[in-house]
Design a binder for this molecule. Structure first.
Ligand code: ZN
Length: 823
C-alpha cells in the first residue's frame, strides 16, 4: 500500500515537473510573444528546449544555410507514435508505391513551413506558439496525426529582416507608415543569402535550403503542406481555396479538401470577427511554389497569407483606419495552423485513402518522354530528377519513338541512341513528371501570378519526344571513362565548347594562369572536326608554366573533359593555332553592379552563377559609389536587370560609354536593356505597337469589370519562344541554329541594323505559355541576344535573362560566351 502511494506520488510529481519544465514561448524567450522579433537562434533554442523536455517532440537539423544557420524541423505526435515513427513513415510511403510492401492504416501527416520569405516574419513567431499549443492542449489530435514543423525555411533572410528591424525600431515602436522601421533597405529580407526567392525554387532546387529540404520532404511526402506567408498591410488574410488557374492535373478531391480546410479556418476567423479572402490572386499553376509542388506530389498544398510583410514591423497603421500589430499577425497564423491540423486529424482516413489513390491513378496523357542531346545536358537533367527522386532509364539503342516533337512543335519521332534518356509518367511521381515535361502548359485562365511555361526539354536544350506509349530502358550507372594523355612533345590540346561544364573547365584553367585560345571558325586537326568556339590550349602560350601538361590534364580530369592531343599547330582544314582567327581568351577582370536600382533577384542570380556554378572571380560594385570608381582595371561590366534612371544618373551612362569606347565590354540584361535603349550611342530600340491616332483619341468604353482582362493583352508573364540563332557569332558558340528562350517580359526590342542579331525572331513563335495579343505583336522582328561594337569595345544585349532563377540551363552558355568569347 505504502509502495503504491509512493508510486502514485512519484508519477504525479514527475508529471508536474514535466509540465513545469515545458515553457511557453513567452516564458522561455523572456518577453511576450509578439512584442519583439525573435532572432533565429532564439527560435532554434526554443524548439530544442521543447524537444528536450517533452516526449511528444523530436527536433532535427536537416542542413545549413550559406550563412551557417541551421535548417531544422520538429516532428510532433504522441509518445507511442514517436516510438514507432520510422515504421509509420515507411508505411506511409508504401501508400504511394515509393516503398514496396503492404501498407496498413495510415496516420495523417501535416507539414507546416514557416517564413520562406524572410521579411514575412510573423510566421516563425507563430510556429513557436503552434508547437506549444499542440503538445499542451491538442494532444488528442496527435493520436492519428504526425505534425512536422519547419519553423524557418529561410533563416538567413529572416535574420536579415529581424536584425535590421531590431536595429532601427523606435521604442515604443512607431505605427506611422512613414517611420524608417517600415522601410526595408535594399535588398530586403525576403530572399535567401544569394537573393533567391525560395518560394520559386522548389522544383529547380538551385539553393542549399531547397536541396536540403527536399531530402526530408521526400522521406515524408505529407498529406497536407502549408506555406505561411505575408502580403501587403491592407489585405487582411488569405487562405484556400486558391485562385484559378489550377493546373488540370489537380484532382477534384484536392480542390474539395482545400475548400473544406478554408471553411474550417473561416469558422474560427468569423468567431473572432477577423476578415479574410479566398479564391483570388494565388493560383495553382507554376510548379515551383510551396503550394503547387506539394500538390503535384499528391498533397493538399496551400499558401496562407497574413497582412504585414516587410512593412508590418511590431505595428503599423493600415489604410483601413486600424492598427495591425505583430501580435495579431501571430494570432491569425496560429489559428489557421491549428485549424489545419484539426482538419487533418478529423479526416485522417479519407486523406490517406485519397492520397493513395492519387498515386495509383497513373492514367496520363503521355507515358514516356524520350530525350536526346549533349551528354552534359543529359547529366544536368538527371541531377535535377535525382533531387526529386524521380526515376529514369537509358533507352535501348536504335528504337524509333514517335509522338509530339519538342523541336519541331508537331508530331514527329526520334531515334534512340545508347545515351537517350527515358522518363516515364508510370511511376509514383508520374504526375510531377507530366507537369514538368509537358510540351504545352494548359491554361484555363490567363491571369496568373507567375511564368506560364517551363517544359524541361526546352530548359535543358534537349531534343525530345512526348509519347503516349510506354517504353522501357535500362538502368545504367554512369562511369567516367575519360582518360587523357599528357602531350609533352606536341603543340597542345583541344577541348569542345558545348555546355556550362566546358565553361567551368575554362574558368578553372584561367584561374591557374593557363592561357587558353578559342577558334572563331570550325577547323579540323589530324582528321578530327571541331566547331567554332573549341578551346585550344597551346604549349607555346604557356611556356612559363613548368607543369603545364599536368595542370591541363588534371583539370580536365576534375571536370571530366575529353582532351584531344594536337601534335602540330597545323590544321588539316580551317585556321592553324597561330591564325588571327584563333583568339586568346585572356583573364577577364569582371565587375557587376549591385544595390539600389538593380533587381536584387537578377543581381543574386549573377552572383550565384559566378560563385557556385562557374567559379570565377567577380567584383560587385554598389550603385551608390559607382560614379567614383575607376573602371579602367576591368574588362567586363555587367549591368543586371534594374531601373537605373535615378540610381546611375547621366554621369553613370557617360561613365559606362567611356568604359566601352575605351575597349571595355558591357553586358546588359532584361529590363536594363530598356534603360540603354534610345540613349545616345546605343542603337537598340524598343518595339512598340503603333496606336493609330483615331484609336488613341477614341473614348475607352471597356467596362470597369473588364479592365483587368483588357490589360493582360499587353502582358507576357513568361512563355517559351523559338528563336533563330546565328551560331557563327561568338556569343552563340556551342549552340544550334535554333534556341528556345524563356520570354519574361512584354518589352521587346527591334532587330539591330548596326550590330549583330545573334538570337532573334522574325515571325513570333510561341511554343508554350501565355503571351497577350498586344505583347505578341511586339515579338515580331525582335532580338533575344544581340551585340554591337562601340568605339574599341562592345555592348551585349541579353533581352531574355538566361540566368532567370538559375533553371534555364541551356541559356547559361550564352552568358559564358558573353564573358569569354565575345571580343
Ligand atoms: Zn511570401
Amino acid at each position: 500500500m505504502k509502495n503504491k502511494i509512493l508510486l502514485i506520488t512519484f508519477t504525479f510529481l514527475s508529471f508536474l515537473s514535466l509540465k513545469a519544465q515545458v515553457k511557453s514561448p513567452s516564458e522561455f524567450l523572456g518577453y511576450e510573444l509578439g512584442s519583439q522579433f525573435s532572432r533565429h537562434a532564439d527560435v532554434v533554442n526554443y524548439f530544442k528546449h521543447i524537444a528536450e523536455n517533452s516526449p511528444l517532440v523530436t527536433y532535427h537539423t536537416y542542413g545549413k544555410t550559406n550563412e551557417r544557420r541551421p535548417l531544422t524541423y520538429a516532428v510532433i505526435s504522441t509518445e507511442e507514435n514517436l516510438e514507432n515513427i520510422e515504421e509509420i513513415r515507411k508505411n506511409h510511403l508504401r501508400q504511394t508505391g515509393i516503398l514496396d510492401g503492404n501498407p496498413t492504416t495510415d496516420k495523417a501527416i501535416v507539414w507546416l513551413s514557416y517564413n520562406v520569405h524572410g521579411n514575412e516574419a510573423s510566421s516563425t513567431e507563430a510556429s513557436m506558439k503552434t508547437l506549444y499549443n499542440l503538445i499542451t492542449e491538442k494532444q488528442d489530435w496527435l493520436k492519428n496525426t504526425i505534425v512536422i514543423i519547419d519553423p524557418c525555411v529561410n533563416p538567413d533572410g529572416r535574420d536579415r529582416y529581424a536584425n535590421w528591424y531590431n536595429q532601427v525600431r523606435q521604442t515604443p515602436f512607431s505605427t506611422s507608415q512613414d517611420a524608417a522601421e517600415h522601410y526595408e533597405p535594399w535588398p530586403g529580407g525576403r530572399p535567401n543569402h544569394y537573393l533567391y526567392d525560395l518560394n520559386r525554387d522548389w522544383v529547380w532546387a538551385t539553393q542549399v535550403e531547397t536541396r536540403s529540404r527536399l531530402k526530408i520532404y521526400n522521406q515524408w511526402m505529407p498529406h497536407i503542406h502549408v506555406d505561411f506567408h505575408e502580403q501587403g498591410i491592407n489585405n487582411p488574410y488569405y487562405f484556400a481555396p486558391a485562385a484559378e488557374p489550377f493546373h488540370d492535373i489537380i484532382t477534384p478531391f484536392q480542390r474539395d479538401f482545400q475548400t473544406r480546410i478554408g471553411k474550417n479556418n473561416a469558422k474560427y476567423f468569423d468567431e473572432e470577427g477577423w476578415l479574410f479572402f479566398t479564391k483570388e490572386r494565388f493560383d495553382l499553376l507554376y510548379p515551383s511554389y510551396g503550394d503547387t509542388y506539394p500538390t503535384y506530389m499528391g498533397a493538399i498544398g496551400m499558401t496562407y497569407e497574413q497582412a504585414g510583410h516587410g512593412r508590418g514591423g511590431l505595428g503599423i497603421e493600415t489604410d483601413q483606419e486600424s492598427t495591425l500589430t505583430l501580435k495579431e499577425r501571430i494570432a491569425h497564423h496560429f489559428t489557421t495552423g491549428i485549424s489545419t491540423v484539426e482538419m487533418a486529424s478529423k479526416n485522417a482516413e479519407e486523406l490517406a485513402e485519397e492520397f493513395s489513390s492519387y498515386f495509383n491513378n497513373l492514367d496520363r496523357k503521355y507515358e514516356t518522354f524520350a530525350l536526346n542531346g549533349d551528354k552534359d545536358k543529359i547529366a544536368d537533367l538527371k541531377e535535377l530528377l535525382d533531387r526529386h527522386e524521380i526515376e529514369y532509364s537509358t533507352a535501348n539503342k536504335g528504337e524509333k519513338i514517335s509522338g509530339y516533337s519538342f523541336t519541331d512543335n508537331k508530331d514527329g519521332s526520334l531515334t534512340t541512341t545508347d545515351q537517350t534518356l527515358l522518363v516515364t509518367t508510370q511511376q509514383p511521381k508520374g504526375h510531377m513528371v507530366e507537369v514538368l515535361f509537358e510540351p504545352k502548359t494548359k491554361l484555363n485562365d490567363s491571369i496568373t501570378y507567375d511564368i506560364t511555361a517551363w517544359s524541361l526539354p526546352y530548359a535543358y536544350g534537349l531534343d525530345a519526344v512526348a509519347s503516349s506509349k510506354s517504353y522501357s530502358g535500362k538502368n545504367t550507372t554512369e562511369t567516367s571513362n575519360i582518360s587523357n594523355t599528357v602531350n609533352a612533345e606536341g603543340a597542345g590540346y583541344i577541348a569542345k565548347w558545348n555546355s556550362l561544364k566546358d565553361a567551368e573547365f575554362l574558368a578553372a584553367l584561367l584561374k591557374q594562369d593557363v592561357k587558353v585560345r578559342f577558334s572563331e571558325l570550325p577547323f579540323s586537326s589530324e582528321g578530327k572536326e571541331f566547331n567554332a568556339g573549341s578551346l585550344i590550349i597551346t604549349k607555346s602560350d604557356n611556356q612559363k608554366l613548368t607543369d603545364f601538361n599536368e595542370i591541363v590534364v588534371e583539370t580536365a580530369k576534375d571536370f571530366e573533359r575529353e582532351l584531344t592531343v594536337a601534335s602540330t599547330s597545323f590544321a588539316s582544314s580551317g585556321p592553324d593555332f597561330g591564325s588571327p582567327d584563333v583568339k586568346l581568351i585572356g583573364n577577364p577582370k569582371i565587375a557587376m553592379l549591385r544595390g539600389e536600382g538593380t533587381s536584387s533577384l537578377n543581381y543574386g542570380e549573377i552572383w550565384y552563377f559566378f560563385e557556385q556554378e562557374l567559379s570565377y572571380p567577380v567584383t560587385a560594385i554598389d550603385t551608390d559609389y559607382f560614379n567614383r570608381i575607376d573602371l579602367s582595371s576591368y574588362d567586363v561590366l555587367i549591368v543586371p536587370e534594374g531601373y537605373y534612371g535615378s540610381a546611375l544618373g547621366n554621369g553613370g551612362v557617360k561613365k559606362i560609354k567611356d568604359f566601352v569606347r575605351g575597349g571595355g565590354k558591357m553586358i546588359t540584361i532584361g529590363r536594363s536593356v530598356g534603360y540603354f535603349a534610345g540613349q545616345d550611342g546605343f542603337s537598340i530600340k524598343e518595339n512598340r505597337v503603333e496606336e493609330n491616332k483615331e484609336d488613341a483619341n477614341s473614348p475607352n468604353l471597356t467596362p470597369y469589370n473588364m479592365r483587368t482582362r483588357e490589360r493582360i493583352k499587353g502582358n507576357s508573364p513568361g512563355s517559351i519562344v523559338k528563336a533563330t540563332v546565328d551560331n557563327t557569332h561568338p556569343l552563340a558558340f556551342g549552340y544550334d541554329d535554333t534556341y528556345f528562350s524563356l520570354k519574361l517580359s512584354s518589352s521587346n526590342f527591334g532587330l539591330l541594323s548596326n550590330g549583330y542579331n545573334v538570337a532573334y525572331m522574325q515571325e513570333p513563335k510561341v511554343v508554350s505559355g501565355f503571351v497577350g495579343s498586344e505583347a505578341y505583336k511586339t515579338l515580331e522582328n525582335s532580338v533575344v541576344f544581340a551585340q554591337e561594337n562601340m568605339g574599341r569595345g562592345s555592348v551585349i544585349y541579353m533581352v531574355d535573362n538566361p540566368l532567370f532563377r538559375s533553371f534555364w540551363q541551356n541559356g547559361k552558355l550564352f552568358f559564358a560566351n558573353a564573358l569569354f568569347m565575345v571580343k
